[in-house]
Design a protein around this ligand. Structure first.
Ligand SMILES: C[S@@+](CC[C@H](N)C(=O)[O-])C[C@H]1O[C@@H](n2cnc3c(N)ncnc32)[C@H](O)[C@@H]1O
Length: 248
């Protein structure tokens, strides 16, 4: 199943938990610099589209396109790997939390580079050791996540494909956008079906690992084991979990 088909299957309730996190949006919009025309690739329901610029969106899933709010930017049905625009059509191209779904991320980044003078991408550091250690949920409860990364390009490989620099993105403890890492200091949230349905990774690992992870986390929360092991996290307002902006 392609990722666009995946979102046609699981995307219908996306906006229940997924929305713009203003502090991360501010970092993305600063990286766009003075760009006036912006292409948003893998745009989904329109989160993170800057309200003060001329935005065009690209989104392959019909279910996601249908949930864009009235008045949202014009949205074209296409994929990152084959953008239907002339060279240098936009001041900037952005992509948020979508690159890990692309069949060929390097081709998609090169396409963004081709159609825009500036590229800003929010993604994560997929190097195996960093991924395994960085987040208690994947490390201690859902090790299957590592298998999803097999064969995916490293952050360094992605950056060098378009000559990008990387910038860390810290995740606030009360992050408004419910992506996988968003609830790092609110572990009970992962017991909630609605929270998990807003993150494709749970669908991709499958129901058995999902149910095992939930059971195990629920038990550790009830026994106090989670709190004991992660007392240090409760003192943090933001966490470094390997999320990055690529800026070229
Ligand atoms: C997690 S959602 C992110 C949506 C939006 N950027 C946001 O921040 O809410 C990932 C999106 O990537 C889209 N997608 C999947 N494969 C894609 C591809 N090859 N090119 C562009 N977008 C793709 C999916 O349809 C989905 O809407």
């Amino acid at each position: 199943m392609s990722s666009a088909q995946l979102y046609d299957t699981i995307g219908a309730t996306y906006t229940v938990t997924r929305r713009t996190e203003p502090r991360i949006a501010a970092q993305v919009w600063a990286a766009l610099g003075d760009a006036r025309t912006v292409l948003n690739v893998g745009a989904g329901t329109g989160s993170y589209e800057p309200p003060d610029r001329d935005v065009t969106a690209v989104e392959p899933s019909a279910v996601m396109r249908a949930q864009r709010p009235a008045g949202a930017a014009q949205c074209v049905a296409a994929t990152a790997e084959s953008l239907p625009f002339e060279d240098q059509s936009f001041d900037a191209a952005m992509a948020f939390a979508t690159l890990h779904h692309w069949q060929d991320p390097i081709a998609g980044l090169r396409e963004m580079r081709r159609v825009a003078r500036r590229v800003v991408v929010f993604t994560h550091d997929t190097s195996d050791t960093v991924w395994r250690r960085r987040f208690w949920l994947s490390r201690d409860y859902l090790p299957e996540v590592a298998g999803l990364l097999a064969g995916r390009p490293s952050l360094t490989g992605l950056a060098s494909a378009i000559g990008a620099r990387t910038e860390p993105v810290l995740i606030p403890w009360d992050c408004a956008d419910g992506f996988f890492e968003a609830y790092w200091r609110r572990p009970e949230a992962y017991l909630d079906d609605h929270v998990r349905r807003g993150v494709s990774l749970w669908a991709r690992v499958g129901p058995e690992p999902e149910q095992r992870a939930v059971r195990s986390l629920r038990a550790d929360l009830a026994s106090g084991r989670w709190a004991e092991r992660h007392r240090d996290l409760l003192a943090l307002d933001a966490a470094e979990l390997g999320l990055r902006l690529l800026i070229a």
